[in-house]
Write a protein that binds this ligand. Structure first.
Ligand code: FMN
Length: 291
């Protein structure tokens, strides 16, 4: 028996498996190693109004629970994505869906990206990464203050009729409360979770300058995030009843089912696909075969 497709965010996903933001570029970068059309879709790498170079190397470090990354949201900028990356996705994807991940330094940055890309029909929804520093407010993350997050959502809501999915960090003091407040300001759903801040040194007894990451710290992803993401998914889904994209630590179909059981409509795979790019396709096949 095959499972029915998933109707969510005003569109149809052939299966719940997405590629997580930042781990598959804008699709083209991974198209030679996996068949995007077999997936539910792709969440693009971050898009900011201006191009970003990102942090100094090294940008990734592995440890037994997963990995650390400090990419610094490197991206080619809004105009390049609008003129080059999204047209490529539009030409090459017919069944897989495209969600655009958005970042900024200010609230206005988010609305600028959303307004510019909203008319492109290949974009089914926007994922707002609010776990990054708000430079206008001393570097506190946008998602850490309900009033700031509400203002950000209202700005984006005015800029598009397309679904707005808010991606939250698992380190918020009460992720369900933050989500409820965002829902009140126009969020259509949530992605849970982003990475957790962390660092590792190159060896014992060395200074911070000898961090294994050029930026001195980064975000933890991979297997260690699985139970964290599943709990955040359950709490936010129960509180808001809005659709959730579960992400964090997914490697196996059992991991996928954990998120779906917790209330997720879709899931996204990041770190596991960096190690083995065929994993998302295999998960999509297992999901369809286990109907
Ligand atoms: C190399 C790398 C780059 C990432 N870049 C982004 C990004 O641009 N925007 C974003 O919202 N999340 C980004 N993330 C976070 C992932 O989308 C995801 O939330 C996180 O890695 C947890 O999933 P995983 O354990 O399956 O990797 C990145 C993660 C990694 C490992």
């Amino acid at each position: 028996m095959t499972r029915p497709p998933i109707e969510v965010f005003g569109t149809t996903f052939q299966n719940p498996i997405l590629l997580a933001s930042g781990t598959a570029g804008y699709g083209r970068e991974v198209a030679t190693v996996l068949d995007l059309e077999r997936l539910g879709g792709i969440v693009t790498k971050a898009v900011s109004p201006e191009p970003r170079k990102g942090h100094a190397a090294p940008r990734v470090a592995e440890f037994p629970g997963g990995m650390l990354n400090a990419i610094g949201l490197a991206n080619p900028g809004l105009e390049h994505v609008a003129a080059d990356d999204l047209p490529w996705l539009d030409q090459h994807l017919h069944r897989a869906r495209v969600i655009v991940n958005v970042v900024g330094n200010t609230i206005a940055d988010y609305a600028t990206v959303v307004a510019r890309l909203s008319p492109q029909s290949v974009v089914v929804a926007f994922e707002l990464n609010v776990s990054c520093p708000n430079t206008a407010r001393g570097g506190e993350e946008f998602g850490a203050d309900d009033a700031v997050l509400s203002e950000l959502l209202r700005g984006c809501r005015a800029a598009t009729g397309k679904p707005l999915i808010v991606k939250l960090a698992p380190t918020l003091s009460d992720v369900a409360r933050t989500a409820e407040s965002a829902a009140g300001a126009g969020a259509d759903g949530f992605t849970l979770v982003n990475t957790i801040p962390g660092t590792l040194y190159r060896g014992p007894g060395v200074s911070a300058a000898a961090s294994r990451l050029g930026n001195g710290q980064g975000g933890v992803s991979g297997p260690a995030l699985l139970p964290v993401g599943v709990l955040a998914t359950r709490r936010v889904h129960q509180r808001t009843k809005l659709p959730v994209i579960g992400v964090g630590g997914i490697r196996t179909i059992d991991d996928v089912m954990q998120y779906l059981e917790a209330g997720a409509s879709l899931v996204a795979v990041g770190t596991a696909a960096l190690a083995d790019p065929r994993i998302p396709e295999r998960l999509a096949e297992s999901w369809s075969a286990n109907g």
